[in-house]
Design a protein around this ligand. Sequence first.
Ligand SMILES: [Zn+2]
Length: 121
Amino acid sequence: MPRPRLLRTSCARPCRRFDQIVTHIEPTGEHVAWRQATEADEAEVRRALATLLEETGIDCRPHAITIRRDGDELALTFHCIADPDASITDAHDLSVQVESFLRKEIPGLGRVIIHMEPDGA
Ligand SMILES: [Zn+2]
């Protein structure tokens, strides 16, 4: 089994308010079908994210957006800003709302990973 060569986190100050951090490592072999998203894919996702605030009232300023094609589906990863004083439960609820909005807006959406991060981090 291949071993990760480098795993580094920078979490001293920004992460203090979180009780738990889950780090996710996946083997490259499972995603051999991954390929670059098309321009149309990118446009669809960016349009949906751009309407998030207007449609849901959630102001999480999505950024660091990565969009890939995973077979017939789109795989999406991005960061979402949350109130630094929000509880884990509130931050989780927010991410569930964002995800369900995106699934409604983007029919071909597969895996979604939302990194919640405290404002000011
Ligand atoms: Zn970020």
